[in-house]
Design a binder for this molecule. Structure first.
Ligand code: NDP
Length: 251
């Protein structure tokens, strides 16, 4: 009882590392029951163990969110085992920056599949639960977009476009869902110290990211976790619709 998020049932996608992992841990620490989604099952199991060891409730559910049927099956399990979902953190994402003339078409597809279609699959799997939960209490759909959605960054073309898609999607979802008292939020972080740059296939682009991260004091996953927890904890009539959060030194 007493804890700010007790009684809430949360789903976190991309919970196996970085922002998602830190956020799942924080939400559980504040009393939410948390479903942990990502592909790497061992990482999710370890996180589930950590949360349980501290008296929290978590359920590791290895799921590829690009696979619509798999995600729908996971959504059924969440509902059966944790209850009706009232907090969705649609956070799984991949950043594969490259020069456009390199025609890294597989990287283009991977970003569109996960950041765009994976987000839509997540909406499909949980939006009705959010609407139904909102009849009884707070309900949140929080999407991790990026400052890249609004910046002009070389080699980020496809990634930035997927993040702009997510930002615009949340604005328009808000119009309809807000009428049902579902809050919809986009978080737009600047540089956060996570595994995100590790997947970049273009060595020059990868180096560019690594150098930037060394130059300034970047955000930590816990900073974003705290932001998500805050968005979900404010009074029900308050919707922090877009939160742009940057390292102080990032221009
Ligand atoms: P990480 O690479 O650490 O985390 C990405 C997460 O997404 C992992 O848990 C990964 O788990 C999961 N994931 C990848 N593919 C899939 C899939 N098909 N199905 C389910 N889960 C998947 O990076 P971040 O924590 O930084 O990234 C989280 C979000 O933050 C992304 O949307 C990113 O675009 C955004 N962001 C990050 C910024 C940064 O500077 N780090 C800045 C702005 C936005 P697994 O591989 O186990 O599936």
């Amino acid at each position: 009882a007493g804890a700010p998020l007790s009684g809430r049932v949360a789903v976190v996608t991309g919970a196996s590392s970085g922002i998602g992992e830190a956020t799942a841990e924080r939400l559980a620490g504040l009393g939410a029951k948390v479903a942990l989604l990502a592909r790497r099952g061992e990482r999710l199991d370890a996180l589930e163990d950590r949360i349980r060891a501290r008296g929290g409730v978590a359920l590791a559910l290895p799921t590829d969110v690009v696979d619509r049927e798999a995600l729908l099956a996971t959504a059924d399990r969440v509902q059966r085992e944790l209850g009706e979902v009232d907090l969705v953190f649609a956070n799984a994402g991949v950043q594969l920056i490259s020069s456009i003339v390199d025609l890294a078409v597989e990287d283009w597809d991977a970003q569109i599949d996960l950041n765009v279609k994976g987000t839509m699959n997540t909406v499909q799997a949980f939006v009705r639960s959010l609407v139904s939960s909102a009849e009884r209490g707070p309900a949140d759909l929080i999407v991790t977009s990026s400052t890249a959605a609004v910046r002009h960054l070389e080699r980020f073309q496809v990634y930035s476009a997927t993040k702009a898609y997510q930002a615009q999607l949340t604005r328009l979802l808000r119009m309809e869902l807000g009428r049902s008292k579902v809050r919809v939020s986009a978080i737009e972080p600047g540089m956060v110290d996570t595994e995100l740059p590790d997947h970049v296939t273009d060595p020059a682009a990868s180096q560019l990211m690594a150098d930037l991260i060394k130059e300034i004091d970047v955000l930590q996953p816990a900073d974003i976790a705290e932001t998500v927890a805050f968005i979900a904890s404010v009074p029900r009539h308050v919707n922090l619709a877009e939160v742009h959060i940057l390292p102080t030194e990032q221009v």
